[in-house]
Structures are given as structure tokens and as C-alpha cells.
Design a protein around this ligand. Structure first.
Ligand SMILES: *Cc1c(COP(=O)(O)O)cnc(C)c1O
Length: 427
């Protein structure tokens, strides 16, 4: 192995992990402990002062979590990573590190519903303003940037229909204005798309979805691309100004190209507290070992299902960028040549009533609010997540009455198709 650069599948199994030095255990143990014994008071002082790396307390750092972080940094091609309790916690810590009250950031309008809520409602309470932009019209981004704009935020594959965003175009706009590009890579996973290679400075993602992959544990991660110069302006004081509580340490000066991940840990995670449970870090590590195999099967099954639906008499339309006639197909090929992911939408003939009958008629497929499980999942947004909206509001949100969202699993594809067909018969 010595001279070779390991491939993705190898990194997914080995990076960050060694046999346990105390016991020889081959699998990374679940370090189910809250705190760690200091060697002596000098050792404790150097840990608290950021002069040495080491475990103090599991809110800030844990050995199972550390292996997960090293593996995720390797898979995304970043310098360092911080694993936290959920994807939303990761987003919270990223913005906490770059924003102060009165600041704003630009976000793609095409976004996971939970992120629309977090940015539009909760962030407002901190005095952080989100400015929504249409990523297909870059001029709507530039025209909204001012001296208090701290970042641009996009999704690589946008929830729910899985449209691809032109990451390189977004990175150029961000860098022309001296601000970082943050990419939510949840729907693609690093097996399909590595945003840092296309100019992203920070990747955030939910580990709850494809990385854990089995629908059994919550987690999120921040990956530091190591590319952004936090000291080029006065915009990012948490990184570029001395920290009183760490005896005047300037994080960017001290930690260089992994300062952002450090800041999220020693300021954000320390004070806001959304630590990942060691058990969840363990389950997600186990999931990651098979990411490449699962993700390829997710993509292959999704393409087969999308083609089948496209030809089905009870289906009005299919939005899957893996289909050759899809308007997003060329961009998808450029950013994600191995496949177009597992999540997409289609329109069932018969509108609201037919949508309800379809989701109530499935047998193998699960009707629930999640994506990225080994199981095939379905939701009819109009009768669930978007129920409280008017017909017009639903249509604007991409959750019209006939819209059904699928997250195609890794079951036998003929069984998935047979279940869809019998449910469409009932609709
Ligand atoms: C689920 C999801 C999140 C939030 O992640 P949680 O782990 O549920 O907090 C963020 N972005 C996208 C695209 C998601 O699908």
C-alpha cells in the first residue's frame, strides 16, 4: 500500500481506524465514556489551552467520533471534519462560526424543507438574515451580496427532485466576493460528488441519510476544505481575532488550513452542545464501509424505476436527472458521472386523491419522512409535510397535489417496481 493513493472504497473502510491499541479489537470500539483521565495538571492545562490535542469531555471530542471525522475528511477530500448530532446541528455550527447579529448569507431557494425552516425562522432569532436566490440565475445571487454577506449556501443535489447545482459557477461568485461557498452534500454523498474538488470551501451533510444508510441513527458533519483565507478580511472575527478564553490564541493563525473545523469544535460545539452519541458514530462508521456498494445500487435501481414510471400510463411526469431527456442531465453527467442518486419525484394522474391512495397502497415501500435508507421510502408532500399550505403555495414549493417523492432503496429492483405497479393500480 505504501506508495499507492488508496481508492474511495478502501478509504471508506480503513481511513482513520487502527486496531484498538489496548485490546487489538479490529473494529473501532464504542467509547461510551463522558470524560478522560488527565496525566497530570500540566497535561490538563495544555489540553484546555489548545496547546495539545486530546480528549477532555465527550461534548467536545470522543475517540469513536474522531475516527468518523478522519474518515469523512478523507472521503470528501477535506483537511479536517467535525461530526455532530444531526445535519441541522452541523448547519447551526457552521453559521455560528461565521455570522454575527446583522449579518446575512445567500441561500439557494431549492432546498431541503427543514433547512428552509431553520434558515428562515430560527436563524432570524439570532439576527442572521437569509437571502433566497435562484441558482439557475447567478445574477440574482451577485445582486444580493453586500458587505455583511458572509457565505453562499447550496445543495449539490437539491431536495426533493434531485436537481444538480453548478458548484463551480457558485464557487466563482463566492470567491469573487471574498466569501466561502458552503455545500450541503447530503443527497449526493461523496461517492457521487466531492464538492471541495469543484471549489466548495465547506461541506456540510446529514449522516442520517446515505452515510449511515440504514435509517438507524442521527448524525451530521462539517468538512473543512482548508481552502478559504479567513484572515483576508475582517469578516470572520471568530477565526481571525484573538480568543480571550484561549489566552489570546488566533485560531486561523494557529491552526491554518483546518482552523474552521477547530473553530466549529472549540467554540460552536463547546458552547451550543450538539455532540454526536458514540453509539451513533459507531453505527455510521459501519454504514460508511459499504457506501460505495450501496450508493451504486441506489443509483442503478432509481434509474430503472424512473424509466419504468416514465412509460407508465398512470404517471403524468417524472423528474429524474438520470433520464436522458431531463433538462438537468448534462450538468448531472458533469458532476456525477456514476449515477444520479436515489431521490426523485413523479406526478401521479388523479392529483391529491390519487397521491394519497398511492402512498397508502404500497406494501414493501415505507410511507415516512426520510431519505437514504436501504429501504425504498415514499412520501406524498401535499398530504403530509406541506398539508397546511394552499394549493397555490404547494405548487410554488414543488409540492403540488400530484407530487410523490421516492427514495429508492437497494432491494431487488423487480420487487420495488412490482410494489409501485400494484399501488398505482389502486390509485
Ligand atoms: C435530512 C437533511 C438535512 C438535515 O439533516 P438531519 O440529520 O435530519 O438533521 C439537511 N439537508 C438535507 C439535504 C437533508 O436531506
Amino acid at each position: 500500500m505504501s506508495q499507492r493513493i488508496p481508492g474511495f472504497e478502501t478509504l471508506a473502510i480503513h481511513s482513520g481506524a487502527q486496531p484498538d491499541p489496548a485490546t487489538g479489537a479490529r473494529i473501532t470500539p464504542i467509547y461510551q465514556t463522558t470524560a478522560y483521565v488527565f496525566n497530570d495538571t500540566d497535561h490538563a492545562a495544555s489540553l484546555f489551552g489548545l496547546q495539545a490535542f486530546g480528549n477532555i469531555y465527550t461534548r467536545i471530542m470522543n475517540p469513536t467520533q474522531a475516527v468518523l471525522e478522519e474518515r469523512l475528511a478523507a472521503l470528501e477530500g477535506g483537511t479536517a471534519a467535525l461530526a455532530v448530532a444531526s445535519g441541522h446541528a452541523a448547519q447551526m455550527l457552521v453559521f455560528h462560526t461565521i455570522m454575527t447579529s446583522g449579518d446575512n448569507f445567500i441561500s439557494a431557494r431549492r432546498l431541503y424543507g427543514g433547512s428552509i425552516n431553520q434558515f428562515g425562522h430560527s436563524f432570524k432569532n439570532f439576527g442572521w438574515e437569509v437571502r433566497w436566490a435562484d441558482v439557475d440565475k447567478p445574477e440574482t445571487i451577485s445582486s444580493q451580496i453586500d458587505e455583511r454577506t458572509k457565505a453562499i449556501f447550496i445543495e449539490s443535489f437539491a431536495n426533493p427532485a434531485g436537481f444538480v447545482t453548478d458548484i463551480e459557477a457558485m464557487a466563482k461568485i463566492a470567491h469573487d466576493h471574498g466569501i466561502p461557498l458552503i455545500v450541503d452534500n447530503t443527497m449526493a454523498s461523496p461517492y457521487l460528488v466531492r464538492p471541495i474538488e469543484h471549489g466548495a470551501d465547506i461541506v456540510v451533510r446529514s449522516l442520517t441519510k446515505f452515510l449511515g444508510g440504514h435509517g438507524n441513527s442521527m448524525g451530521g458533519v462539517i468538512v473543512d476544505g482548508g481552502t478559504f483565507d479567513w484572515s483576508a478580511s475582517d469578516k470572520y472575527p471568530m477565526l481571525s481575532k484573538p480568543r480571550d478564553e484561549y489566552a489570546g490564541v488566533v485560531l486561523h493563525e494557529t491552526f491554518g488550513n483546518f482552523a474552521f473545523a477547530i473553530a466549529c469544535r472549540v467554540l460552536g460545539l463547546r458552547d451550543l452542545g450538539p455532540a454526536i452519541a458514540p453509539m451513533n458514530a459507531f453505527l455510521i462508521l459501519t454504514g460508511i464501509e459499504t457506501l460505495a456498494l450501496r450508493m451504486q445500487r441506489h443509483c442503478d435501481n432509481a434509474l430503472a424505476v424512473a424509466k419504468h414510471l416514465k412509460a407508465h400510463p398512470k404517471v403524468e411526469w417524472v423528474e429524474y436527472s438520470g433520464l436522458e431527456d431531463h433538462h438537468n442531465h448534462a450538468l448531472m453527467k458533469r458532476y456525477s458521472p456514476k449515477g444520479s442518486g436515489s431521490v426523485f419525484t413523479f406526478g401521479v394522474k388523479g392529483g391529491y386523491e390519487a397521491g394519497v391512495k398511492f402512498v397508502e397502497g404500497v406494501e414493501i415501500i415505507s410511507h415516512l419522512a426520510n431519505i437514504g435508507d436501504t429501504r425504498t421510502l415514499v412520501i406524498h408532500p401535499a398530504s403530509t409535510t406541506h398539508r397546511q399550505l394552499t394549493d397555490e403555495q404547494r405548487a410554488l414549493a414543488g409540492a403540488g397535489n400530484d407530487v410523490v417523492r421516492l427514495s429508492i432503496g437497494i432491494e431487488n429492483v423487480d420487487d420495488i417496481i412490482a410494489d409501485i405497479d400494484q399501488a398505482l393500480d389502486k390509485a
